[in-house]
Design a protein around this ligand. Structure first.
Ligand code: HEM
Length: 456
Protein backbone atom coordinates (compact mmCIF):
# COMPACT_ATOMS: atom_id res chain seq x y z
CA UNK A 1 0.00 0.00 0.00
CA UNK A 2 1.59 3.32 -1.01
CA UNK A 3 1.89 6.21 1.39
CA UNK A 4 -0.24 8.43 -0.84
CA UNK A 5 -2.84 5.76 -1.39
CA UNK A 6 -3.63 3.96 -4.60
CA UNK A 7 -6.85 5.24 -6.19
CA UNK A 8 -7.33 1.84 -7.86
CA UNK A 9 -7.39 0.11 -4.48
CA UNK A 10 -11.11 -0.57 -3.84
CA UNK A 11 -10.74 -0.42 -0.06
CA UNK A 12 -8.06 2.10 0.79
CA UNK A 13 -8.66 5.85 0.62
CA UNK A 14 -6.06 8.43 1.47
CA UNK A 15 -6.71 11.04 4.12
CA UNK A 16 -9.05 11.02 7.06
CA UNK A 17 -12.57 10.02 6.17
CA UNK A 18 -15.42 12.39 7.04
CA UNK A 19 -17.25 11.82 10.28
CA UNK A 20 -20.05 9.38 9.65
CA UNK A 21 -22.17 10.07 12.66
CA UNK A 22 -25.27 12.23 12.33
CA UNK A 23 -25.43 12.58 16.11
CA UNK A 24 -22.04 14.02 16.95
CA UNK A 25 -21.97 13.01 20.62
CA UNK A 26 -23.57 9.59 20.82
CA UNK A 27 -23.98 8.58 17.17
CA UNK A 28 -20.84 6.47 16.77
CA UNK A 29 -21.26 5.15 20.30
CA UNK A 30 -24.78 3.87 19.73
CA UNK A 31 -23.85 2.31 16.40
CA UNK A 32 -20.91 0.53 18.05
CA UNK A 33 -22.87 -0.64 21.08
CA UNK A 34 -25.54 -2.09 18.81
CA UNK A 35 -23.15 -4.28 16.78
CA UNK A 36 -19.39 -3.68 17.02
CA UNK A 37 -18.33 -6.08 14.28
CA UNK A 38 -20.90 -4.84 11.74
CA UNK A 39 -19.93 -1.24 12.55
CA UNK A 40 -16.25 -1.95 12.03
CA UNK A 41 -16.79 -3.91 8.83
CA UNK A 42 -18.97 -1.16 7.37
CA UNK A 43 -16.44 1.48 8.38
CA UNK A 44 -13.59 -0.48 6.79
CA UNK A 45 -15.57 -0.97 3.59
CA UNK A 46 -16.60 2.70 3.35
CA UNK A 47 -13.52 4.47 4.73
CA UNK A 48 -10.58 2.06 4.68
CA UNK A 49 -8.23 1.06 7.50
CA UNK A 50 -7.84 4.54 9.03
CA UNK A 51 -10.80 6.86 9.61
CA UNK A 52 -12.30 9.30 12.07
CA UNK A 53 -15.23 8.54 14.29
CA UNK A 54 -17.16 10.13 17.09
CA UNK A 55 -17.26 7.97 20.21
CA UNK A 56 -18.14 8.75 23.82
CA UNK A 57 -18.08 12.47 23.21
CA UNK A 58 -14.69 12.67 21.47
CA UNK A 59 -13.18 12.35 18.02
CA UNK A 60 -11.13 9.20 17.59
CA UNK A 61 -9.08 7.76 14.77
CA UNK A 62 -10.17 4.18 14.16
CA UNK A 63 -7.55 1.66 13.05
CA UNK A 64 -8.96 -1.39 11.27
CA UNK A 65 -7.25 -4.49 9.91
CA UNK A 66 -3.96 -6.03 11.04
CA UNK A 67 -1.71 -3.64 9.08
CA UNK A 68 -3.10 -0.55 10.81
CA UNK A 69 -3.36 -2.23 14.24
CA UNK A 70 0.23 -3.44 13.98
CA UNK A 71 1.58 0.10 13.51
CA UNK A 72 -0.07 1.36 16.71
CA UNK A 73 0.75 -1.74 18.77
CA UNK A 74 4.39 -1.95 17.69
CA UNK A 75 4.60 1.82 18.17
CA UNK A 76 8.04 2.04 16.55
CA UNK A 77 8.24 5.85 16.68
CA UNK A 78 6.65 6.08 20.17
CA UNK A 79 3.79 8.18 18.82
CA UNK A 80 1.05 6.38 20.75
CA UNK A 81 0.58 6.36 24.51
CA UNK A 82 -1.67 4.14 26.62
CA UNK A 83 -2.19 6.31 29.71
CA UNK A 84 -4.01 9.21 28.05
CA UNK A 85 -5.87 6.76 25.76
CA UNK A 86 -7.18 4.21 28.26
CA UNK A 87 -7.36 7.00 30.84
CA UNK A 88 -10.17 8.58 28.82
CA UNK A 89 -12.21 5.37 29.09
CA UNK A 90 -11.41 3.98 32.50
CA UNK A 91 -10.77 7.32 34.12
CA UNK A 92 -9.19 7.53 37.52
CA UNK A 93 -10.46 4.12 38.63
CA UNK A 94 -7.46 2.20 37.35
CA UNK A 95 -4.96 4.96 37.99
CA UNK A 96 -1.34 3.95 37.44
CA UNK A 97 -2.27 0.36 36.51
CA UNK A 98 0.49 -1.16 34.36
CA UNK A 99 -1.58 -0.85 31.17
CA UNK A 100 -1.90 2.91 31.75
CA UNK A 101 1.81 3.56 32.20
CA UNK A 102 4.01 4.51 29.27
CA UNK A 103 7.52 4.31 27.91
CA UNK A 104 10.37 4.22 30.49
CA UNK A 105 8.05 4.08 33.50
CA UNK A 106 6.02 1.28 31.94
CA UNK A 107 9.18 -0.64 31.10
CA UNK A 108 10.38 -0.36 34.70
CA UNK A 109 7.10 -1.57 36.24
CA UNK A 110 6.54 -4.29 33.68
CA UNK A 111 9.98 -5.69 34.40
CA UNK A 112 9.21 -5.80 38.13
CA UNK A 113 5.70 -7.18 37.75
CA UNK A 114 6.83 -10.00 35.49
CA UNK A 115 8.27 -11.54 38.64
CA UNK A 116 4.73 -12.15 39.87
CA UNK A 117 4.04 -14.29 36.76
CA UNK A 118 7.05 -16.63 36.69
CA UNK A 119 6.48 -20.33 36.19
CA UNK A 120 6.86 -21.29 39.87
CA UNK A 121 4.37 -18.56 40.80
CA UNK A 122 1.93 -19.73 38.11
CA UNK A 123 2.24 -23.30 39.42
CA UNK A 124 1.34 -21.91 42.85
CA UNK A 125 -1.70 -20.06 41.47
CA UNK A 126 -2.85 -23.31 39.83
CA UNK A 127 -2.48 -25.13 43.16
CA UNK A 128 -4.59 -22.46 44.90
CA UNK A 129 -7.23 -22.37 42.21
CA UNK A 130 -7.73 -26.07 41.40
CA UNK A 131 -9.56 -27.20 44.59
CA UNK A 132 -11.66 -24.00 44.66
CA UNK A 133 -12.75 -24.45 41.06
CA UNK A 134 -13.60 -28.09 41.72
CA UNK A 135 -15.69 -27.38 44.82
CA UNK A 136 -17.40 -24.35 43.25
CA UNK A 137 -18.39 -25.94 39.95
CA UNK A 138 -19.27 -29.42 41.23
CA UNK A 139 -21.89 -27.78 43.48
CA UNK A 140 -23.84 -26.24 40.60
CA UNK A 141 -27.44 -27.42 40.26
CA UNK A 142 -28.30 -28.63 36.75
CA UNK A 143 -31.15 -26.84 35.06
CA UNK A 144 -32.75 -26.76 31.62
CA UNK A 145 -32.03 -23.01 31.41
CA UNK A 146 -28.96 -22.51 33.60
CA UNK A 147 -27.72 -18.93 33.21
CA UNK A 148 -24.06 -19.67 32.84
CA UNK A 149 -22.71 -16.11 32.53
CA UNK A 150 -23.72 -14.79 35.99
CA UNK A 151 -22.72 -18.13 37.54
CA UNK A 152 -19.26 -17.92 35.98
CA UNK A 153 -18.89 -14.25 36.85
CA UNK A 154 -19.64 -14.87 40.50
CA UNK A 155 -17.42 -17.96 40.55
CA UNK A 156 -14.42 -16.14 39.05
CA UNK A 157 -14.91 -13.31 41.56
CA UNK A 158 -14.75 -15.86 44.40
CA UNK A 159 -11.59 -17.28 42.83
CA UNK A 160 -10.09 -13.79 42.61
CA UNK A 161 -10.66 -13.24 46.33
CA UNK A 162 -8.40 -16.21 47.03
CA UNK A 163 -5.83 -16.17 44.27
CA UNK A 164 -5.48 -12.40 43.99
CA UNK A 165 -6.04 -11.24 47.53
CA UNK A 166 -5.05 -14.35 49.46
CA UNK A 167 -8.43 -14.90 51.05
CA UNK A 168 -10.66 -12.81 53.20
CA UNK A 169 -9.64 -13.93 56.66
CA UNK A 170 -9.26 -10.34 57.87
CA UNK A 171 -12.43 -9.02 56.24
CA UNK A 172 -15.29 -7.67 58.32
CA UNK A 173 -18.73 -9.31 57.99
CA UNK A 174 -20.27 -8.44 54.62
CA UNK A 175 -17.10 -6.69 53.49
CA UNK A 176 -16.20 -9.08 50.68
CA UNK A 177 -19.62 -8.50 49.10
CA UNK A 178 -19.05 -4.73 49.32
CA UNK A 179 -15.57 -5.13 47.84
CA UNK A 180 -17.00 -7.17 44.97
CA UNK A 181 -19.66 -4.54 44.28
CA UNK A 182 -17.04 -1.78 44.43
CA UNK A 183 -14.89 -3.62 41.96
CA UNK A 184 -17.76 -4.25 39.53
CA UNK A 185 -18.70 -0.53 39.76
CA UNK A 186 -15.16 0.45 38.76
CA UNK A 187 -15.28 -1.81 35.69
CA UNK A 188 -18.75 -0.60 34.71
CA UNK A 189 -17.59 3.03 34.74
CA UNK A 190 -15.29 2.36 31.81
CA UNK A 191 -18.05 3.44 29.45
CA UNK A 192 -20.21 5.64 31.66
CA UNK A 193 -21.65 8.39 29.48
CA UNK A 194 -21.85 10.95 32.30
CA UNK A 195 -18.39 11.93 33.53
CA UNK A 196 -17.59 14.45 36.19
CA UNK A 197 -14.77 15.33 38.52
CA UNK A 198 -17.39 15.91 41.24
CA UNK A 199 -19.29 12.71 40.48
CA UNK A 200 -22.99 12.43 41.07
CA UNK A 201 -23.77 9.42 43.25
CA UNK A 202 -26.32 7.89 40.85
CA UNK A 203 -24.02 7.79 37.81
CA UNK A 204 -21.68 4.94 36.92
CA UNK A 205 -18.84 7.43 37.35
CA UNK A 206 -20.05 8.33 40.86
CA UNK A 207 -20.45 4.71 42.00
CA UNK A 208 -17.01 3.87 40.67
CA UNK A 209 -15.40 6.78 42.53
CA UNK A 210 -16.82 5.44 45.78
CA UNK A 211 -15.84 1.90 44.76
CA UNK A 212 -12.24 2.86 44.11
CA UNK A 213 -11.96 4.41 47.59
CA UNK A 214 -13.39 1.30 49.21
CA UNK A 215 -10.99 -0.99 47.30
CA UNK A 216 -7.99 1.14 48.26
CA UNK A 217 -8.98 1.13 51.90
CA UNK A 218 -9.57 -2.65 51.92
CA UNK A 219 -6.25 -3.49 50.27
CA UNK A 220 -4.30 -1.06 52.42
CA UNK A 221 -5.66 -2.71 55.57
CA UNK A 222 -4.71 -6.19 54.28
CA UNK A 223 -1.25 -5.24 53.03
CA UNK A 224 0.69 -5.74 56.29
CA UNK A 225 -0.76 -9.24 56.73
CA UNK A 226 0.11 -10.27 53.17
CA UNK A 227 3.60 -8.92 53.66
CA UNK A 228 4.10 -10.66 57.01
CA UNK A 229 2.53 -14.00 56.03
CA UNK A 230 2.88 -14.38 52.27
CA UNK A 231 0.82 -17.08 50.59
CA UNK A 232 0.60 -18.34 47.01
CA UNK A 233 -1.51 -15.37 45.92
CA UNK A 234 -0.84 -12.39 43.66
CA UNK A 235 -1.07 -9.80 46.43
CA UNK A 236 1.69 -11.60 48.38
CA UNK A 237 3.72 -11.97 45.19
CA UNK A 238 3.47 -8.25 44.43
CA UNK A 239 4.48 -7.34 47.99
CA UNK A 240 7.51 -9.61 47.73
CA UNK A 241 8.49 -8.30 44.30
CA UNK A 242 8.05 -4.71 45.47
CA UNK A 243 10.04 -5.22 48.65
CA UNK A 244 12.86 -7.11 46.91
CA UNK A 245 13.27 -4.43 44.25
CA UNK A 246 12.48 -1.38 46.34
CA UNK A 247 10.92 -0.05 43.14
CA UNK A 248 7.19 -0.06 44.02
CA UNK A 249 5.76 1.70 47.08
CA UNK A 250 2.63 0.64 48.96
CA UNK A 251 0.38 3.02 47.01
CA UNK A 252 1.52 1.48 43.78
CA UNK A 253 1.12 -2.09 45.06
CA UNK A 254 -2.52 -1.12 45.67
CA UNK A 255 -2.83 0.57 42.27
CA UNK A 256 -1.47 -2.51 40.52
CA UNK A 257 -3.70 -4.85 42.53
CA UNK A 258 -6.84 -2.92 41.58
CA UNK A 259 -5.76 -2.89 37.97
CA UNK A 260 -4.93 -6.63 37.95
CA UNK A 261 -8.35 -7.45 39.35
CA UNK A 262 -9.95 -5.47 36.56
CA UNK A 263 -7.66 -6.84 33.85
CA UNK A 264 -8.31 -10.42 34.91
CA UNK A 265 -11.90 -10.72 35.94
CA UNK A 266 -14.25 -9.78 33.11
CA UNK A 267 -11.79 -10.95 30.47
CA UNK A 268 -11.51 -14.46 31.91
CA UNK A 269 -15.26 -14.69 32.57
CA UNK A 270 -15.92 -13.63 28.99
CA UNK A 271 -13.46 -16.19 27.59
CA UNK A 272 -14.95 -19.07 29.57
CA UNK A 273 -18.49 -17.97 28.62
CA UNK A 274 -17.59 -17.99 24.92
CA UNK A 275 -15.99 -21.43 25.24
CA UNK A 276 -19.12 -22.77 26.96
CA UNK A 277 -21.32 -21.24 24.25
CA UNK A 278 -19.32 -22.67 21.35
CA UNK A 279 -19.00 -26.11 22.96
CA UNK A 280 -22.74 -26.04 23.72
CA UNK A 281 -23.34 -25.70 19.98
CA UNK A 282 -20.66 -28.15 18.87
CA UNK A 283 -21.19 -31.34 20.86
CA UNK A 284 -18.49 -33.20 18.96
CA UNK A 285 -15.84 -30.75 20.16
CA UNK A 286 -17.35 -30.83 23.64
CA UNK A 287 -16.92 -34.60 23.71
CA UNK A 288 -13.42 -34.38 22.29
CA UNK A 289 -12.34 -31.93 25.02
CA UNK A 290 -14.10 -33.99 27.71
CA UNK A 291 -12.13 -37.11 26.77
CA UNK A 292 -8.84 -35.32 27.53
CA UNK A 293 -10.19 -33.75 30.73
CA UNK A 294 -11.49 -37.05 32.13
CA UNK A 295 -7.93 -38.35 32.07
CA UNK A 296 -6.99 -35.71 34.66
CA UNK A 297 -7.68 -35.76 38.38
CA UNK A 298 -9.75 -33.08 40.14
CA UNK A 299 -6.70 -30.86 40.80
CA UNK A 300 -4.74 -30.65 37.55
CA UNK A 301 -1.31 -29.04 37.62
CA UNK A 302 -0.17 -26.28 35.30
CA UNK A 303 1.69 -28.83 33.14
CA UNK A 304 -1.39 -31.06 32.92
CA UNK A 305 -3.55 -28.10 31.92
CA UNK A 306 -1.05 -27.23 29.21
CA UNK A 307 -1.43 -30.80 27.91
CA UNK A 308 -5.15 -30.23 27.19
CA UNK A 309 -4.45 -29.62 23.52
CA UNK A 310 -8.06 -29.79 22.32
CA UNK A 311 -9.23 -27.31 24.93
CA UNK A 312 -6.34 -25.11 23.89
CA UNK A 313 -7.57 -25.03 20.28
CA UNK A 314 -11.09 -24.27 21.50
CA UNK A 315 -9.85 -21.41 23.67
CA UNK A 316 -7.91 -19.87 20.79
CA UNK A 317 -10.93 -20.13 18.51
CA UNK A 318 -13.31 -18.68 21.14
CA UNK A 319 -10.89 -15.77 21.63
CA UNK A 320 -10.79 -15.24 17.88
CA UNK A 321 -14.56 -15.18 17.44
CA UNK A 322 -15.31 -13.30 20.66
CA UNK A 323 -12.26 -11.38 21.89
CA UNK A 324 -13.09 -10.05 25.39
CA UNK A 325 -11.31 -6.76 24.60
CA UNK A 326 -12.46 -5.93 21.06
CA UNK A 327 -10.88 -2.48 20.97
CA UNK A 328 -7.74 -1.00 22.57
CA UNK A 329 -7.30 2.68 23.39
CA UNK A 330 -4.33 4.90 22.61
CA UNK A 331 -3.65 8.62 22.23
CA UNK A 332 -1.22 10.17 19.77
CA UNK A 333 1.43 12.07 21.71
CA UNK A 334 2.92 13.65 18.60
CA UNK A 335 1.84 14.21 15.02
CA UNK A 336 2.11 10.91 13.21
CA UNK A 337 0.55 8.90 10.41
CA UNK A 338 -0.76 5.41 9.86
CA UNK A 339 -0.84 3.97 6.35
CA UNK A 340 -0.48 7.46 4.96
CA UNK A 341 -3.27 9.06 6.99
CA UNK A 342 -2.19 11.89 9.27
CA UNK A 343 -3.08 11.67 12.97
CA UNK A 344 -2.60 14.89 14.95
CA UNK A 345 -1.00 14.97 18.40
CA UNK A 346 -3.66 14.66 21.09
CA UNK A 347 -6.03 12.51 19.00
CA UNK A 348 -7.61 9.47 20.67
CA UNK A 349 -7.00 6.28 18.69
CA UNK A 350 -8.98 3.04 18.79
CA UNK A 351 -7.18 -0.13 17.75
CA UNK A 352 -10.12 -2.26 16.60
CA UNK A 353 -8.63 -5.72 16.75
CA UNK A 354 -12.00 -7.49 16.64
CA UNK A 355 -12.32 -6.99 12.91
CA UNK A 356 -8.93 -8.55 12.13
CA UNK A 357 -10.27 -11.77 13.68
CA UNK A 358 -13.10 -11.93 11.15
CA UNK A 359 -11.43 -10.92 7.88
CA UNK A 360 -11.76 -13.47 5.07
CA UNK A 361 -8.35 -12.31 3.81
CA UNK A 362 -6.78 -14.09 6.80
CA UNK A 363 -9.26 -16.76 7.91
CA UNK A 364 -11.10 -19.47 6.00
CA UNK A 365 -14.82 -19.17 6.54
CA UNK A 366 -14.23 -16.69 9.41
CA UNK A 367 -17.67 -16.97 11.03
CA UNK A 368 -17.37 -20.76 11.42
CA UNK A 369 -16.30 -22.24 14.78
CA UNK A 370 -13.34 -24.27 13.57
CA UNK A 371 -10.68 -24.83 16.26
CA UNK A 372 -8.63 -26.95 13.82
CA UNK A 373 -7.59 -23.75 12.06
CA UNK A 374 -5.00 -23.33 14.84
CA UNK A 375 -3.45 -26.80 14.37
CA UNK A 376 0.13 -27.10 13.14
CA UNK A 377 -0.87 -28.08 9.61
CA UNK A 378 -3.02 -24.95 9.19
CA UNK A 379 -1.95 -22.19 11.61
CA UNK A 380 -4.26 -19.59 10.06
CA UNK A 381 -3.26 -17.24 12.87
CA UNK A 382 0.11 -16.98 11.13
CA UNK A 383 -1.50 -15.52 7.98
CA UNK A 384 -0.53 -12.10 9.36
CA UNK A 385 1.48 -11.33 12.48
CA UNK A 386 -1.43 -9.30 13.81
CA UNK A 387 -4.34 -11.40 12.49
CA UNK A 388 -5.01 -12.88 15.97
CA UNK A 389 -4.40 -10.46 18.81
CA UNK A 390 -6.86 -11.13 21.66
CA UNK A 391 -4.05 -10.40 24.13
CA UNK A 392 -2.81 -7.32 22.26
CA UNK A 393 0.74 -6.97 20.95
CA UNK A 394 3.93 -5.00 21.44
CA UNK A 395 5.19 -3.87 24.82
CA UNK A 396 1.73 -3.84 26.42
CA UNK A 397 0.86 -7.41 25.45
CA UNK A 398 -1.16 -9.05 28.22
CA UNK A 399 0.99 -9.97 31.19
CA UNK A 400 -1.64 -12.39 32.49
CA UNK A 401 -1.93 -14.50 29.33
CA UNK A 402 -0.73 -17.75 30.91
CA UNK A 403 -2.68 -17.03 34.07
CA UNK A 404 -5.85 -16.53 31.96
CA UNK A 405 -5.08 -19.73 30.11
CA UNK A 406 -4.71 -21.78 33.27
CA UNK A 407 -7.80 -20.35 34.97
CA UNK A 408 -10.01 -20.77 31.87
CA UNK A 409 -8.86 -24.34 31.37
CA UNK A 410 -9.35 -25.20 35.04
CA UNK A 411 -12.95 -23.95 34.95
CA UNK A 412 -13.73 -25.64 31.64
CA UNK A 413 -12.15 -28.93 32.64
CA UNK A 414 -14.20 -29.00 35.88
CA UNK A 415 -17.35 -28.27 33.88
CA UNK A 416 -16.55 -31.00 31.36
CA UNK A 417 -15.87 -33.53 34.11
CA UNK A 418 -19.16 -32.84 35.93
CA UNK A 419 -21.66 -31.77 33.29
CA UNK A 420 -22.84 -31.93 29.71
CA UNK A 421 -24.53 -28.91 28.20
CA UNK A 422 -26.12 -27.64 25.02
CA UNK A 423 -27.57 -24.49 23.50
CA UNK A 424 -29.99 -24.46 20.56
CA UNK A 425 -28.15 -24.15 17.24
CA UNK A 426 -30.27 -21.16 16.22
CA UNK A 427 -29.58 -19.27 19.46
CA UNK A 428 -27.30 -16.23 19.44
CA UNK A 429 -26.91 -14.43 22.78
CA UNK A 430 -28.01 -10.77 22.78
CA UNK A 431 -24.68 -9.16 23.53
CA UNK A 432 -24.31 -5.99 25.60
CA UNK A 433 -21.38 -3.98 24.31
CA UNK A 434 -21.43 -0.88 26.49
CA UNK A 435 -18.47 -2.16 28.50
CA UNK A 436 -16.59 -5.41 27.80
CA UNK A 437 -19.07 -7.57 25.82
CA UNK A 438 -21.33 -9.92 27.78
CA UNK A 439 -24.59 -11.81 27.06
CA UNK A 440 -27.52 -9.70 28.25
CA UNK A 441 -29.72 -12.76 28.88
CA UNK A 442 -27.12 -14.53 31.04
CA UNK A 443 -26.64 -17.17 28.30
CA UNK A 444 -29.04 -19.94 29.36
CA UNK A 445 -27.69 -23.43 28.66
CA UNK A 446 -29.27 -26.81 29.23
CA UNK A 447 -26.97 -28.17 31.94
CA UNK A 448 -27.14 -31.89 32.74
CA UNK A 449 -25.00 -33.92 35.15
CA UNK A 450 -22.50 -36.22 33.48
CA UNK A 451 -23.45 -39.82 34.18
CA UNK A 452 -21.51 -41.09 37.24
CA UNK A 453 -20.08 -43.94 35.14
CA UNK A 454 -18.47 -41.44 32.76
CA UNK A 455 -17.47 -38.95 35.45
CA UNK A 456 -15.58 -41.81 37.15
C1 HEM B 1 -8.53 -14.19 28.41
C2 HEM B 1 -8.34 -13.23 29.29
C3 HEM B 1 -7.60 -11.95 28.97
C4 HEM B 1 -7.60 -11.21 27.83
C5 HEM B 1 -8.35 -11.49 26.55
C6 HEM B 1 -6.71 -10.09 28.06
C7 HEM B 1 -6.44 -9.11 27.14
C8 HEM B 1 -5.52 -8.11 27.33
C9 HEM B 1 -5.17 -7.14 26.33
C10 HEM B 1 -5.78 -7.04 24.94
C11 HEM B 1 -4.20 -6.34 26.85
C12 HEM B 1 -3.45 -5.24 26.12
C13 HEM B 1 -4.04 -3.88 26.34
C14 HEM B 1 -3.37 -2.81 25.51
O1 HEM B 1 -2.45 -3.07 24.76
O2 HEM B 1 -3.81 -1.67 25.62
C15 HEM B 1 -3.96 -6.80 28.20
C16 HEM B 1 -3.06 -6.21 29.06
C17 HEM B 1 -2.85 -6.66 30.34
N1 HEM B 1 -3.41 -7.75 30.95
FE1 HEM B 1 -4.71 -9.03 30.12
N2 HEM B 1 -6.21 -10.18 29.33
C18 HEM B 1 -6.73 -11.31 29.93
C19 HEM B 1 -6.47 -11.75 31.20
C20 HEM B 1 -5.59 -11.19 32.08
C21 HEM B 1 -5.30 -11.70 33.41
C22 HEM B 1 -5.91 -12.96 33.99
C23 HEM B 1 -4.41 -10.84 33.97
C24 HEM B 1 -3.75 -10.90 35.32
C25 HEM B 1 -3.77 -11.91 36.12
C26 HEM B 1 -4.11 -9.81 32.99
C27 HEM B 1 -3.21 -8.79 33.16
C28 HEM B 1 -2.91 -7.85 32.22
C29 HEM B 1 -1.94 -6.79 32.44
C30 HEM B 1 -1.13 -6.54 33.71
C31 HEM B 1 -1.93 -6.03 31.27
C32 HEM B 1 -1.11 -4.77 31.01
C33 HEM B 1 0.19 -5.15 30.35
C34 HEM B 1 1.04 -3.94 30.03
O3 HEM B 1 0.52 -2.86 29.81
O4 HEM B 1 2.27 -4.11 30.04
N3 HEM B 1 -4.86 -10.06 31.87
N4 HEM B 1 -4.76 -7.89 28.46
Amino acid sequence: MSIDGDPRDPVYRPGPAPLRSHLPILGGTLEYVDNPLATMTRRYRDHGPVSELSFLGATWTALLGPDACQIALQNADKAFANGPGWGYLVGPFFDRGLMLLDFAEHHHYRHLMQEAFTRPRLEGYARTLAPLVESGISGWTPDSAFEIYPALKSHTLDLATEVFMGGAEYARPGEIERVNTAFVDCVQAANGYIRSTAPLPFTKWGRATRGRRLLEEFLRRHLPARRANPGEDLFSALCQVADASGGIDDDDIINQMIFLLMAAHDTTTSTVTSMVYELGRDREWQERCRRQCLELGPSPTLAELEGLTDLDLVMKEALRLHPPVPVLARRAVKDTEVLGVKIPAGRLVSVMLLMSHHMPEYWTDPELFDPERFTEGRREDKSHRYAWEPFGGGVHKCLGMIFANLESKLVLSALLRHFEWSVPLDYTPPMKNDSLPFPGDGLPVELRPLSPVRAG
